[in-house]
Design a protein around this ligand. Structure first.
Ligand code: NAD
Length: 477
């Protein structure tokens, strides 16, 4: 039997407890506000912590260890024995530990957590429903952080458990013999790396002409070449046309540049993007406008069209990334607390934790061309990096884009080991409006992967000694 709890009155109601929601709640509580944090899941952390960034990184760590061990020169290991239950338990243990930590942080800050599905009933009230009952939350301010959900391709037999989204794939129920991944974006390629290392034969189909369509082609090509030799099939410009579930497998038709092919797979992962959850919260009852796709428009202070209601994270627009949400969260919480702040990040880095990793920030070459921004690019090949050669990572590249007039950094892209960590230096450089000379003259430890960013800057400056610099630049400096 369900019951109605006593209404909760609060300064701030935060709807959604992913990285955006819990950061907003914690920051507001630290600034002295009474906060209620609402989430439909049983635990804090949202998609990122429970069924996204963190479990995928745990499994990618396992995958990387398997792949790296097989590639050490002069060392032969026997084929790995995979105890899938233990791999799954390891991943779940990491997630549990972080969830437990978050619950503790909420408790210590006096944040009230309400589990259940929250929907607006008025401009200053939400109703939260759970199997245990209904709770009304009355608020002075609200922060909507309700996130996004996987896009579903129409016409697929979703009641068949062999068709998965990213959540299903991360459950790691088993290792299918042949796995078809629809969507060559970040999720598709990260899951491909995991299942390939565990023993699946992988086929990836991507509708557009390139994997990871947001990244520059020269970076993506390094990954594309690597997976082409390892996976059973990588088909760009290709769409899934038909799926029939049969006892012997999922019979699919793939339509690509060479025509249509029929194949049978044991499992299918759909990773074709995410859509915002804005349409699921009865925002109209609070007067908050939601566009037809489910996005909620906000100003630079993360305020919706209703001055007391804010929105952050995936629901306010691309890129749908946890690190964007957490920064927007601080802005929303601080604005409500009277601080004169706004969201003005110059770049939000993107990282695909693939093998090799790809990371980019600022302008890509494609964006610079589209916007008509004058730029030059310098690409440092990791073949000239001792550290990369010593680490079996000579295929990597580090690229800088810069303004040829001011020589200020405009963008950077890296493909190779730890690209996701290395990009942080470029982000800081862009935020500080660094010139290439700043990057080139800052002493980087040798031998490191981090040096490659300085080398790319030296290449652009014509001062590089580890390579022959292009003659025209060399002559000038
Ligand atoms: P995505 O947009 O990155 O990639 C989806 C891909 O599917 C695109 O390349 C698209 O062209 C392709 N596609 C769309 N329809 C298709 C079709 N019918 N057939 C074949 N291909 C099709 O989306 P995603 O990989 O699902 O990830 C969702 C969101 O989650 C993204 O915003 C992503 O940035 C985020 N995410 C980030 C990380 C990370 O930061 N490492 C990890 C996972 C997810």
């Amino acid at each position: 039997m369900t019951k109605t709890a006593a209404p909760l009155d609060t300064d701030i109601a935060v709807l959604g407890a992913g990285p955006g929601g819990y950061t907003a709640a914690f920051r507001a509580a630290d600034l002295g506000k009474k906060v209620v944090l609402i989430d439909s899941g049983p635990r804090l952390g949202g998609v990122c912590l429970n069924v996204g960034c963190i479990p995928s990184k745990a499994l990618l760590h396992t995958a990387r260890a398997i792949t790296d061990a097989a590639a050490i020169p002069g060392v032969r290991f026997s084929a790995p024995t995979i105890d899938l239950d233990a791999v799954r338990a390891g991943k779940d243990g990491i997630v549990n530990r972080l969830c437990h930590g978050l619950a503790g942080l909420a408790r210590q800050r006096g944040v009230t957590v309400v589990n259940g599905v929250g929907r607006f009933t008025a401009p200053s009230a939400l109703q939260v429903q759970s199997p245990q009952g209904t709770t009304e939350v009355r608020f002075a301010h609200a922060i909507i952080a309700c996130g996004s959900a996987p896009v579903r391709l129409p016409g697929l037999p979703y009641d068949d458990p062999r068709i998965m989204d990213s959540t299903g794939a991360l459950e790691l129920r088993d290792v299918p013999r042949r796995l078809l991944i629809v969507g060559g974006g970040i999720i598709g390629l990260e899951m491909a790396a995991i299942y390939h290392a565990l023993g699946s034969k992988i086929t990836v189909v991507e509708r557009l002409p390139q994997l990871l369509p947001g990244a520059d082609p020269d970076l993506v090509q390094v990954l594309a070449r690597s997976v082409a030799t390892r996976y059973e099939g990588v088909h760009v410009g290709t769409e899934l046309r038909f799926v029939a579930a049969a006892a012997d497998g999922l019979h699919v038709t793939l339509a690509g540049p060479g025509g249509s092919t029929a194949q049978v797979f044991d499992r299918l992962l759909v990773a074709v993007g995410r859509r915002p959850n804005g349409a699921l919260i009865d925002a109209q009852k609070a007067g908050v406008r939601v566009d037809p796709r489910g996005f909620i428009a906000v100003d630079a202070q993360m305020r919706t069209n209703v001055p007391t209601i804010f929105a952050i994270g995936d629901v306010v627009g691309e890129p749908m990334l946890a690190h964007k949400a957490t920064h927007e969260a601080r802005v929303a919480a601080e604005v409500i607390c009277g601080h004169a702040v706004r969201f003005d990040a110059r770049t939000i880095p993107a990282v695909a934790y693939t093998d090799p990793e790809i990371a980019w920030m600022g302008l890509t070459e494609e964006q610079a061309r589209r916007r008509g921004t004058r730029y030059e690019a310098a690409v440092f090949p990791w073949q000239a990096s001792g550290r990369a050669l010593a680490s079996g990572a000579a295929h990597g590249l580090t690229k800088v884009l810069f303004d040829p007039g001011t020589r200020r950094l405009l963008g950077a892209g890296i493909v190779g080991t730890s690209a996701g960590d290395l990009i942080a230096e470029a982000v800081l450089a862009l935020e500080l409006d660094a010139e290439l000379g700043d990057l080139a003259l800052a002493v980087h430890a040798h031998p490191t992967f981090a040096e490659t960013l300085a080398m790319a800057a030296e290449l652009a400056q014509g001062t590089i000694t580890d390579l022959i610099a292009p003659r025209s630049r060399h002559a000038k400096r």
